[in-house]
Design a protein around this ligand. Structure first.
Ligand code: ADP
Ligand code: PAZ
Ligand code: K
Length: 270
């Protein structure tokens, strides 16, 4: 039994496996160094429940119940934790976990990776290629919105990075005097908005959708048979918008929340 932890710029993404079998996944907020230290102690279900679960740090109780019969331990040994992080401060906290195995770019079986490429992007495009086939284009709608493509020879073709949906909303609110921080409701706004909230929504949604459609179009000109996989916390919201505005584009896209975990499964370690 082992755990995978991927650390994004907004939160933690967890999965647990028995051998090669995926058993479940959940997201949590960042955890403190004190909690990590607590995970090193075999503590028994009661203590774990009261101090960690009851603090609502871990949201998928069903999955976690089975893992934590004896804390984050299995037969007196801490569960191996495969870590992929793009947040150095959080990486540092998790180095104190007793059996942490940090995944680095040189362990990713893809060609042409550049040294500062995010490990999440490398793992996601590896996972997409392994599950759906190469060539593959990953669109990760996370804190940042990223495009990452690899060809049939498993070589990184390249990609692009822009602010994710929430970050675009936050930056407008933080960088202006009059714009409020709003949330996207899920309903498509009118293109020509007549109030501030809808104008922000229109601007962000229609430009992001047009940008995604254009990147997909450009990718498909080079790789007509390529799979395109959408992942990240905003994947469902974005797919719904895409279906409404660019239905032919949306029809070509798969969504999968677990691409990074499929990538971890296909690195040499587990
Ligand atoms: N509980 C949540 N916390 C943070 N972001 C969330 C949450 N639920 C949905 N989201 C959406 O998910 C996006 C972040 O995606 P995610 O893939 O979780 O980020 P990362 O992997 O970069 O930490 C945000 O833009 C936000 O709109
Ligand atoms: C682009 C990212 C910030 C995306 O992070 P996320 O949205 O998953 O939190 C991350 O992959 C990163 O820090 N990349 C390093 C630069 C690069 O990939 O070129
Ligand atoms: K991401």
């Amino acid at each position: 039994m082992w755990l995978a932890l991927t650390i994004g710029n907004s939160r933690l993404h967890w999965a647990w496996f028995k051998g090669k079998t995926f058993c479940g996944a959940w997201d949590t907020e960042y955890l403190s160094a004190a909690i990590v230290e607590q995970m090193n102690q075999p503590c028994g279900r009661g203590k774990f429940n009261s101090e960690i679960l009851a603090a609502s740090l871990i949201q998928e109780l069903d999955a976690v119940e089975e893992i934590v019969g004896d804390g984050f331990h299995h037969r007196d040994r801490p569960l191996p934790l495969y870590l992929a992080s793009v947040v150095p401060q959080q990486t540092a906290i998790w180095q104190n976990y007793h059996d942490v195995r940090t995944i680095a770019l040189d362990q990713i079986p893809l060609q042409g990776l550049y040294p500062t490429l995010g490990i999440d992007r490398a793992l996601a495009v590896l996972g997409a290629g392994e599950v759906y086939g190469f060539p593959a284009l990953v669109i990760d709608a996370g804190t940042a919105l990223t495009f990452t493509g690899a060809d049939a020879a498993r070589r990184l073709v390249g990609g692009a990075i822009l602010p994710g949906l929430r970050l675009q909303l936050q930056s407008l609110a933080q960088g202006t005097a009059a714009l409020p921080e709003i949330e996207l409701a899920g309903a498509l706004p009118p293109r020509w908005a007549l109030n501030t909230s809808l104008a922000i929504q229109s601007g962000i949604i229609y430009t992001v959708l047009a940008g995604i459609a254009d990147f997909i179009d450009a990718w498909r000109q080079e790789f007509p048979q390529s799979r395109i996989v959408l992942t990240g916390g905003d994947r469902t919201l974005l797919l719904n918008y895409l279906q409404a505005v660019f239905p032919q584009v949306a029809a070509k896209i798969n969504t999968d929340p677990h691409l990074i975990f499929w990538g971890i499964l296909n690195t040499p370690q587990p």
